[in-house]
Design a protein around this ligand. Sequence first.
Ligand SMILES: Cc1cc2nc3c(=O)[nH]c(=O)nc-3n(C[C@H](O)[C@H](O)[C@H](O)COP(=O)(O)OP(=O)(O)OC[C@H]3O[C@@H](n4cnc5c(N)ncnc54)[C@H](O)[C@@H]3O)c2cc1C
Length: 395
Amino acid sequence: MTDRNLPTKIVVIGGGYAGTMAANRLRLRDDVGITLVNPRPKFVERIRLHQLVAGTHDATVDYGGLLGDDINLVVDTATRIDTANRTVELATHPALDYDYLIYAVGSTGAVPASVPGAAEFAYPIAELEQAQRLRTAIDDLHPDAPVTVVGAGLTGIEAATELAEQGRSVTLVGGGQLAPYLSERGRRSVAKALRKLGIEVLEAAVVTEVRPSAVVFADGSVRDSAVTMWVAGFGVPDLAFASGLRTDTVGRLLTDETLTSVDDQRIVAAGDCASPSGVPLRMSCQMAGPLGMRAADTVLSRVAGTPPAVIDQASFGACISLGRRSGIVQLAHKDDRTVNLSFTGRFVAPIKEAVCKSTLWSLRREARKPGSAFWLKGGSRPEQRAFDPVAVVDR
Ligand SMILES: Cc1cc2nc3c(=O)[nH]c(=O)nc-3n(C[C@H](O)[C@H](O)[C@H](O)COP(=O)(O)OP(=O)(O)OC[C@H]3O[C@@H](n4cnc5c(N)ncnc54)[C@H](O)[C@@H]3O)c2cc1C
């Protein structure tokens, strides 16, 4: 399906923040054929999936305008990367040949198999179809029905506040600590905002079983829960592992600092599914876009026969919505360790909205003029993350 008349064929798997950015940036050269494979014909704004659940946004955007001209969009799922023959096998279309491959499959909504009933009765929200399914369940609920959000990381907080603002009766279960990413000060501000919205926070509680309309805690207590959302971390697609490529313990593709697979020079990773030197950046849209740019740059360097640059990505922290009317900005060092400085209040809500819009704006800009997107650079990553044993990770 890729145009065989062009000298270099590049396939990008995954049309999220990283893959779309990478595909657009590859157009810095006009002698490459670019194919983007994505399971849906629309771009999913994952950072708005909690809004989809609450009915304040549909979290999808047409690829028109987001993707540069001449990028061949194939709506399909990659099922295997055949590195020996340099082809990508697809669920329904013929296989695609490639000279270079950008692996940008993102992350998934994970529910632990070790918690009885979680897979059957809990609702993850990190993928479009999961969020749509949860939306339907919420719509069918009596307004006073108890909703439990399991996971008090950034995604859990965004989801809980969105629903509580609409008058839902929400309990947020922390499993140890509220918002582990945030600074002390940020955590205190969030706790206050949650109280104001009437959210009951069970910070130390651990859910050990999910039933159709209840949750069971580690101390044996049982609590009614008409709908239980599971937002205690993201998983990763197993495509790389299933294709025989080395991954970290979570399943992210292991790469060097140029984002190149440690097994295959022709495969470059970007976004949530990349694990450079086994020290992955925090799963986030904030990191995915720049990593998409860097992955494209690495491929372009290889095509040009020049040495690719190493990644050097800084964090600014995080900007989290607390419902539609408030939010919090948490500042961080360049290496993503938080500083004890955060801002919260109504003025953050339009900032967060601007952040969401700016992600699409930068993709559109790169589509129009490859090489024009710019991001904060100059970071480093703390060494301790190399040994993170956690099987799923929150952003
Ligand atoms: C509710 C929610 C709120 C969030 N809010 C924020 C926020 O405020 N700020 C922030 O920085 N981050 C936020 N995140 C995290 C952020 O959405 C992710 O880190 C980001 O989407 C990662 O981008 P990506 O391009 O790596 O992956 P994705 O955006 O997940 O894109 C990957 C794409 O690859 C596709 N794909 C997967 N497997 C295959 C396959 N086999 N074949 C073809 N295509 C495939 C997927 O369907 C998807 O379209 C939030 C996440 C959620 C769920």
